[in-house]
Design a protein around this ligand. Structure first.
Ligand code: ZN
Length: 151
């Protein structure tokens, strides 16, 4: 078990585009395991590899539907709209309101290299879109209205 350091807004790495994972190897599995531990410790809903300083197209999400790992994800389609509060483990103590699709169909590889496709709705869809943005260097504050501090 290893907890990795979550980088914060202002670190230029967060603004970089992540690269596709060419091969899922022991280092990838270690990264996924560490991301799971790091996310659980931080009690967050999602974490992208770039947030621990690794520019790879990987993110993990922990929601009511379960715990999911996405490698080289692609959003296939989106539907509807939701608008609501978001925060980010890389933007401590701040919250803002963001418009997101209500539903998103996403395909990715799991840690065994097997492709899967999942339909995420509601909060799950919001988490997927938020994390997906990280892979392209986008942080939710870029899209948020009413950005505010914790209290
Ligand atoms: Zn985030």
């Amino acid at each position: 078990m290893a907890i990795r350091k979550i980088i914060q807004l202002g670190d230029e790495t967060l603004r970089k585009k992540s690269f596709e994972v060419a091969e899922i190897n022991a280092k990838t599995i270690q990264l996924l395991d560490d991301m799971k531990d790091t996310l659980k410790k931080a009690q967050g809903a999602g974490l992208a590899a770039v947030q621990v300083g690794i520019l790879r197209r990987i993110f993990v999400v922990d929601v009511d539907e379960g715990y999911f790992e996405f490698i080289n994800p692609k959003i296939i389609s989106t539907e509807g709209e939701q608008y609501g509060i978001e925060g980010c483990l890389s933007v401590k103590g701040k919250w803002g309101d963001v418009k997101r699709p209500e539903e998103v169909v996403i395909t990715a590889l799991d840690r065994n290299g097997k492709q899967f496709t999942i339909t995420a709705k509601g909060f799950f869809a919001k988490a997927v879109c938020h994390e997906y943005d990280h892979l392209d260097g986008i942080v939710y504050v870029d899209k948020a209205d009413n950005l505010r501090s914790e209290d």
